[in-house]
Structures are given as C-alpha cells and as structure tokens.
Design a protein around this ligand. Structure first.
Ligand code: ZN
Ligand code: ZN
Length: 334
C-alpha cells in the first residue's frame, strides 16, 4: 500500500505531491497516521542539502504526532490506536555502548526520520517502535509536535550538562527553540535571562518565564551581564561576539550550542582557562530523556506556541520558517 506525501525532488525545490511504496513492515516497525507534523529549521536544511546529506525525493518532517495504525509482529512497546510522537531519530542499532546508556543519537547507526527515510509531511510515517513516544494525556497534539525535536533539543543539554535550580541560565535567541528553552529553564527553577536582537520580544519572553531580557545588539547591555551566568544556551544561528558571552559566564560556566552556527566560534583559550569555562554542544536527545521531557513538559505546562496550517499548504508554511516569521513553530495538520 503506497503512502501519499510531499517531497522535494531535488535540493532547494518546492515540495510536490509524491507517493511511495514503503515495502513490507519490519518486525519492530510501526506505521503512524500523521495528524500533525511540526516544521523544524532542520527540515529547511535537509531540503536545501545544506548538510550535504540529502537523499531525493526527500519527504521532510520529523515532529510527528499521530495514531499507530499498523505494528510489526514483534512490536510490544505500542498498540494500534495509541497516540504517539516521533522526532528526529526513528531507529538505532539498539545494542552499542551508546544505545545501552540511552544516548541513541550517538549510535553510529542512528537513522533520521527524514534523511534516507521518508518523513512526516505525509499521510503516514514509519519508525522503529522504540522511537515512538506515547504522549501524556491532556497534552494537545499540535503543541506537543514541536517538543519531539525542538523541545528535546533544548531540554537535553540542560540535563546533560547538569543545570541546577540555583543556576542562572541565559537563552540566546527567542525563536522556535529559544521560546521553549526559556520555559524549560524556568520550570527547572533557574533564573533565566533571554537574549534577543528584537526588543519587541521582551514582553513575550517575560511571559514565557524569562526574569531578565537583554537586547543583544547593545554592547553595554551585554557588558552588564559579565560574570553573571552559569550556563548559556545558544539557540540562534547567527554569528555573535562569543567572547562577550564567555565573559558573562561565572567560573565553571558553559556556553552550549544547539543552533548550528556555521561560522567558526572564536574565543581566546585564556578566556576559558582562567574560569574553568567550557564551550560545548548538544543535539536532540535519547529515548530516556525524550520520555522524561514529555512528562516534565506535561506537568509544568511547557508547550510550543504554534501556528497550524493544513498539510497541503506545506510550501507556504516552510516559507514562514525560512524567513523567520513563524511565531514560534509552524505545524502542519492532515
Ligand atoms: Zn528538528
Ligand atoms: Zn547503537
């Protein structure tokens, strides 16, 4: 049975209607009828082949929420009819040292949902059962979809790098990722400082849980933050004066990248060594953390602010992600 989808037939192309035969269902595979699929900046990167890993025709989409319609013969984690979410990763080997400690994104055989595999801009999508996450009851599907990639992308580093409730956390960039990071850090009990180039986002950032708001084009405002923060999460994609951010860190502080800034990050080693500071990165999160994040989000009412469009307007919705006019995550609905 073929699956109807939207695909880019070549790099940077507008999506077109596309149908494919997914083949027989594997023993640990499930098929999910897509109800909602969020659009992530990574979808734009893979469509455009920015990371040189695109395989065409390419069906984007890796923030899926829907109902399980079919299960392979050995599937035991999920049931037909259950509501689940699927994120960036849809499979891994399951046996290596990284899979063994719940850090599946580090598995050398990690399979992405929409690279070399057809994603969620479709009627249905497939995944290994271990990468389908039952959603807490009461969580609205359209607000939950962006948690599956964007949400875990910002939640995981806060846990991975042991951010504590007494810490002061900076979030750089208040957009698709940043608006969720502010909520998570606030819910963890941290004092949160939001950094944005748009002064107009101050009220919204405060509503989301920021205790302080800094316009990061103002050098004096940046300087006033010197030595104040324990952890800075960079969700922005643009190059900034990273030395100024390292200077904002307290001893042992970390500057952590989750936004794929393409330009080299240059700071002097001297700025790091005196305060035992470090620069680090993080990408998505493993199964244990995704499960924990969904539960934490439900209990603390962390949700993505979304704008929903029908699936057949996927090109229009993608354009809003490309030109940064989404507030804050676009979600497609079937
Ligand atoms: Zn993503
Ligand atoms: Zn593995």
């Amino acid at each position: 049975m073929s699956i109807k989808a939207y695909a880019a037939m070549a790099a940077k192309e507008t999506l077109q209607r596309f149908e494919y035969d997914p083949g027989p269902l594997g023993p640990h595979e499930i098929e999910v009828a897509v109800e909602y699929c969020g659009i992530c900046h990574s979808d734009v990167h893979v469509i455009d082949n920015d990371w040189m890993n695109g395989v065409y025709p390419l069906v984007p989409g890796h923030e899926v929420v829907g109902k399980v319609t079919r299960i392979g013969e050995h599937v035991s984690y999920v049931k037909v009819g259950q509501r689940v979410g699927i994120g960036w990763q849809c499979n891994s080997c399951g046996t290596c040292e990284w899979c063994g400690i719940g850090e599946e994104p580090l598995c050398s055989q990690n399979q992405a949902t929409c690279v070399g595999h057809h994603g969620g801009f479709a009627q249905s999508v497939r995944a290994n059962e271990r990468f389908a996450f039952p959603l807490p009851e009461g969580m609205k599907s359209e607000n939950a979809a962006p948690l599956l990639c964007g949400g875990i992308t910002v939640y995981s580093p806060l846990r991975l790098y042991s951010v504590q409730p007494h810490h002061r956390v900076g979030v750089v960039g208040i957009g698709g990722l940043g608006h969720m990071a502010v909520q998570f850090a606030n819910a963890m009990g941290c004092e949160v400082t939001a950094f944005s180039t748009s002064a107009g986002k101050a009220d919204e950032a405060r509503r989301l849980g920021a205790h302080e708001f800094v316009v990061n084009t103002d050098p004096d405002a940046l300087k006033a933050q010197t030595g104040k923060l324990d952890f800075i999460l960079v969700t922005a994609f643009a190059p900034l004066d990273w030395s100024a951010y390292v200077a904002m860190l307290r001893p042992h502080g970390k500057l952590c990248f989750v936004g794929a800034v393409l330009q080299p990050v240059s700071v002097s080693a001297f700025d790091l060594l005196l305060g035992y500071k470090s620069i680090c990165g993080s990408a998505i999160g493993g199964r244990t953390l995704i499960t924990e994040m969904l539960d934490f989000a439900a209990r603390n009412d962390v949700q993505a602010m979304t704008e929903v469009m029908p699936m057949d307007r996927c090109n229009e919705a993608l354009a809003k992600v490309r030109n940064n006019t989404a507030r804050y995550r676009m979600v497609l609905k079937n």
